[in-house]
Write a protein that binds this ligand. Structure first.
Ligand SMILES: Cc1cc2nc3c(=O)[nH]c(=O)nc-3n(C[C@H](O)[C@H](O)[C@H](O)COP(=O)(O)OP(=O)(O)OC[C@H]3O[C@@H](n4cnc5c(N)ncnc54)[C@H](O)[C@@H]3O)c2cc1C
Length: 499
């Protein structure tokens, strides 16, 4: 193909990454983003001197020795960013004060678990052994050339394959039931409160944490996205903001361009959608090109449930408290019509850029239901009242654990699934696309869902709606892989550079 122009819909991490790898490989890319900022879900917002972060809790690839870090270097994402590696992933507190700390150091965690539940030695040692085995594994970037390099890559992956064989079909809920100790059973049930969430997902996360490869970049999500946007522009990429795509133009079964909601049309040899999958297929392409596998996913609708996020600016230094605590409640609370048996409270005192000195940002997040908020929004007063009620419930509940908390709250912000949908277009307001289950786990390692649609040429999809499990590294890798594929189609060698 002689024309090397590519239109990319959406300037989230997948869209920006696609743009960067396109520019690196001699393509002329243009990103059209409906919002006025880069990053999509990877964002933050300011309220009266506080910055509320809507995304990064942990970022895989923060260890300079890891392969994922190479990708962030290519994307210019972590240049000059200081990284915080937490001592613990999460702390779980029972109503009687009993506490479990999910230490990131696997030896310390193993000892802690054995102290709490000596009767579960076999289960604990088995789990920690799997984490250690996986911890020595570094997922290669899959750029291997030649048979020898590919075989080496496969050998490197063999611990992952053997652990997947053993645990691949075990959910966290099933695993929790293996503990004889009732507290440990409760802890594991509450920590990953998602139906059929695979234990493999937890083991992998623990391994990343243990090798200090899943830290937090100081500054948080928006500066992270802006660094990637800068890299894209430095490579000559063009991005248009406030540019919402309403239609993908198709002629002779080829994608040939886009039309924006203001009526302007733009043409290119290829079109990549890095926007929400549902609206890409059913609105921008009017449902004319369907893939049965994707249709099945949308029919089942097993998404990471959308969130209600209550963010608070607090006139108090909370750094003495663990950064993330799951407090199991003796009396359940109700948030957005749903009973909640625990509240996860997070503070960001480890990032001094987010709040004025001596003050703290606090966030509580709850999974919620899109339809509940959609219905409420028909009556704006009820919608606002529900948001206020969620904030009041969160504040009064935290007040029970942190006496005097209530009077120190000076800024309140509540985001609902409709907020996520409004700002990013994500289907059902989901924060991470398709939920990982024991059923779809292997798709993560085998290329995800279809990235093209039957009967439509010169069109591709990237991002969390074609990569089950979602997340930032996956979004970046999705953009990377699509240009590997396009280079292959054009008979070109895929090239990358780093900063
Ligand atoms: C609360 C929260 C916490 C998270 N925590 C983590 C974490 O700790 N670690 C981690 O790795 N991941 C985390 N994630 C997940 C991660 O943010 C996402 O998986 C990732 O950012 C998805 O990137 P994406 O580019 O695929 O999609 P998106 O970010 O949704 O990007 C899509 C882009 O397309 C644009 N768009 C949509 N429709 C149109 C249109 N019609 N025209 C033009 N533009 C359009 C949107 O505005 C958006 O910018 C979290 C997400 C949330 C919300």
């Amino acid at each position: 193909m002689n024309d090397n122009s590519v239109i990319i819909i959406g300037g989230g991490i997948a869209g920006l990454a696609a743009g960067i790898y396109g520019q690196m490989n001699g393509y002329k890319t243009s990103i059209f983003e409906m919002h006025n900022l880069p990053g999509g879900l990877c964002t933050s917002w300011q309220r009266k001197g506080y910055t509320f972060d809507g995304c990064i809790h942990w970022l895989v690839g923060t260890n300079p020795a890891s392969s994922s870090h190479l990708m962030w270097e290519e994307l210019g994402a972590l240049k000059d960013a200081a990284i915080v590696d937490h001592e613990a992933f999460i702390t779980v507190k029972a109503p009687d004060g009993k506490t479990f700390t999910m230490y990131n150091d696997i030896d310390r965690l193993e000892k802690h678990m054995l102290d709490l539940a000596p009767q579960d030695e076999a289960v604990i040692k088995d789990l920690c052994g799997a984490v250690r085995k996986l911890g020595s594994l570094d997922m290669p970037l899959d750029d291997a050339k030649g048979l020898g390099a590919r075989i080496k890559g496969l050998i490197k992956m063999s611990p992952m394959i053997s652990i997947s064989r053993k645990y691949g079909k075990t959910s966290v809920k099933d695993f929790a039931r293996r503990f004889k100790n009732p507290f440990m059973r409760t802890v594991w049930e509450f920590m990953y409160d998602m139906p059929d969430f695979p234990l493999m997902g937890v083991i992998t996360t623990m391994a990343w944490m243990n090798r200090k490869d899943a830290g937090y970049p100081i500054g948080g999500s928006l500066p992270f996205s802006q660094s990637i946007e800068k890299r894209y522009k430095d490579l000559g990429g063009e991005i248009q903001y406030n540019a919402r795509v309403e239609k993908i133009l198709v002629e002779n079964e080829r994608a040939v361009g886009i039309r924006l909601t203001d009526g302007r049309e733009f043409r290119a040899a290829r079109v990549i959608s890095a926007a929400d999958g549902f609206s890409t297929i059913n609105h921008m392409l009017e449902g004319k090109f369907q893939d049965p596998k994707l249709q099945e996913y949308y029919r089942k609708g097993e998404i990471f449930e959308p969130l209600v996020m209550v963010s608070l600016g607090v006139n108090r230094d909370l750094s003495a408290y663990p950064p993330t605590t799951v407090n199991i409640l003796d009396t359940p609370i109700v948030i957005a019509g749903e009973e909640k048996k625990y509240i996860q409270v997070k503070h960001y005192c480890y990032d001094p850029t987010l709040s004025p000195k001596g003050k703290s940002v606090v966030m509580a997040m709850f999974s919620s239901t899109y339809d509940y908020w959609k219905k409420l929004a028909e009556d704006p007063e009820r919608y606002d009242a529900e948001k206020k009620q969620a904030a009041l419930t969160v504040i009064s509940t935290i007040n029970k654990f942190i006496p005097g908390f209530e009077k120190d709250v000076e800024v309140v912000d509540v985001a609902t699934p409709l907020t996520t949908e409004r700002y990013t277009g994500n289907w059902q307001g989901s924060f991470e696309g398709w939920r990982l289950t024991t059923e779809n786990l292997m798709q993560v390692f085998t290329g995800g869902l279809p990235h093209t649609l039957p009967g439509l040429k010169n069109f591709y999809m990237v991002g969390q709606w074609v990569e089950p499990g979602g997340g930032l590294p996956t979004a970046g890798m999705s953009g990377r892989n699509i240009f590997k594929r396009i280079c292959k189609e054009d008979g070109k060698e895929f090239k990358t550079t780093r900063v």
